[in-house]
Ligand binder design. Structure first.
Ligand SMILES: [Zn+2]
Length: 371
C-alpha cells in the first residue's frame, strides 16, 4: 500500500513538473539558455524513468508516435503498475492518446515486460519487433525472457493491431520521421547507410581501441537498432546491442556516420558502448537511461565524455555505484539518490539541427544551437 501511495504522489508530481517543464526555460551547465523550448514543428522525445529499463517516446510533428520499449512488469501492483503507469502518464503529457507504433528492441523483461500492462492503459496501432525469441531457458534470465515474449505474443493475438517484423536495412513505415533499422535478430546492415548528412563507409581509426569481448549469445545481441533522421538531425538508439555486435556497424569501416544524439546503449553497462562505436558516431548529446544501480558504468562515462564533439551527457539517475567524477552535474540528472519520483528527461529536436533538453525534476531546459 505504502509503495502504491508513494507512487501515486510521484505520478502527480511528474505530471505537475511536466507542465512546469513545458512552460519555462532555465539555466544549464553548458550552452545558451534562451530560445523556445519546443514548437509545433519539432520532434519531442521523452525518456521515461523505468528504473534501468528502456522506454522512449518519440512524438513527431502532427502527433505521430513511436514508443521504443515498455520497461518492466510490475506483478505487485496490477492496478497501478509502476512502469506502465509512468509511460501512460508520459503519453498523456505528450498528448498521445494512441501509440501509433510500439517497437520492442528485444525480449528482455526490462524492455518488453511492461507491455501487457501498458496496452491495458493505452491503445497501440502497430507492434514492431525483430521476430521470434531465440533465448533459451538455460541462460541467465532466460525463463523471464520466454515469459515476456509469450505474454507479448498473447497481446498481439488478442489485439487488432498490425504486427510488423523488421530486419537491418528496412525503413519503418512512419510519415514524419525517417527511421532506418541497422541491427536486428543478431544481424547488422551489410552496407554503410546512405545519408547526405554524414560521411559513412570510411575506415574507422578507433577500432583498435576496442578489442572484442566474450560473446553474449542473448537477446541483447539481437536488439533492433535504429537510426532516426529528422531534418538536419541524426539520432541513434541501438537498444541493448552488445559490444561485439556494434563492431559490425563501425569496424573496420564506419557504416553509421556521425550522430547528433546517442541514446546510450544498454543503460551504460560495460558490455555495450565501445569506444570504437562512440568515438565514430561522436555524438553532440548523449542521454543515458540508467537506473540507480544499473548501468551508468564509470568506463562508459569516460568513453562518452571523452568523445570529440560532446556538449553534454544526461542521466535518468545518479549512478549510485559510481563516484561524483563519474556522474554528470545534478542539474543534468532527472533522479538523484533518495526517494524516487520517476522524473523524466525530454529532448526537443528541431529540423534546423538545434536541440533542447528539459529535466523533468527541475523544469530547467538547456538549449543547444545547430552546429
Ligand atoms: Zn536493458
Amino acid at each position: 500500500m505504502r509503495i502504491a501511495k508513494l507512487w501515486s504522489v510521484g505520478l502527480m508530481a511528474l505530471v505537475a513538473l511536466g507542465a512546469v517543464a513545458v512552460a519555462q526555460g532555465g539555466g544549464g551547465r553548458r550552452g545558451p539558455t534562451s530560445g523556445p523550448a519546443s514548437g509545433k514543428g519539432d520532434l519531442q522525445i521523452y525518456f521515461v524513468d523505468v528504473e534501468g529499463g528502456q522506454s522512449t517516446l518519440f512524438v513527431a510533428p502532427g502527433g505521430e508516435s513511436l514508443l521504443v520499449d515498455t520497461g518492466s512488469p510490475d506483478p505487485r501492483n496490477p492496478t497501478a503498475p509502476r512502469d506502465a503507469s509512468r509511460i501512460a502518464a508520459m503519453c498523456k503529457l505528450a498528448g498521445v492518446t494512441k501509440i501509433d507504433n510500439l517497437l520492442i528492441t528485444h525480449y528482455h523483461s526490462d524492455h518488453v515486460g511492461g507491455l501487457p500492462q501498458l496496452t491495458a492503459l493505452v491503445p497501440v496501432g502497430r507492434f514492431i519487433d525483430h521476430g521470434i525469441n531465440r533465448e533459451t531457458a538455460d541462460v541467465q534470465g532466460g525463463a523471464s525472457t520466454i515469459a515476456g515474449y509469450n505474454a507479448y505474443q498473447k497481446v498481439i493475438t488478442d489485439s487488432h493491431a498490425e504486427h510488423l517484423t523488421v530486419k537491418p536495412g528496412d525503413v519503418l513505415p512512419l510519415k514524419a520521421m525517417h527511421v532506418e533499422v541497422v541491427s536486428g535478430d543478431g544481424e547488422v546492415i551489410a552496407k554503410p547507410l546512405k545519408t547526405p548528412l554524414a560521411t559513412t563507409g570510411e575506415q574507422n581509426p578507433f577500432c583498435a581501441a576496442s578489442p572484442l569481448k566474450d560473446a553474449e549469445n542473448t537477446e541483447n545481441d539481437r536488439s533492433l537498432g535504429l537510426v532516426i533522421t529528422f531534418g538536419k538531425l541524426r539520432i541513434q538508439d541501438l537498444g541493448d546491442l552488445t559490444w561485439n555486435k556494434e563492431r559490425g556497424l563501425v569496424c573496420p569501416v564506419d557504416k553509421l556516420g556521425k550522430m547528433d544524439v546517442y541514446i546510450v546503449s544498454h543503460h551504460g553497462l560495460v558490455n555495450s558502448g565501445s569506444p570504437a562505436m562512440v568515438d565514430a558516431i561522436a555524438p553532440r548529446l548523449a542521454i543515458e537511461d540508467n537506473g540507480p544501480r544499473k548501468g551508468g558504468a564509470p568506463t562508459t562515462f569516460d568513453t562518452i565524455e571523452g568523445s570529440s564533439r560532446l556538449k553534454d551527457l544526461w542521466q535518468l539517475h545518479t549512478a549510485e555505484g559510481s563516484d561524483a567524477k563519474h556522474n554528470v552535474a545534478d542539474s543534468h540528472i532527472a533522479n538523484l539518490a533518495g526517494p524516487d519520483a520517476g522524473n523524466y528527461l525530454k529532448l526537443t529536436a528541431r529540423m534546423d539541427g538545434s536541440l533542447a533538453v528539459t529535466n523533468g525534476r527541475t523544469g530547467e531546459t538547456v538549449e543547444y544551437p545547430a552546429p
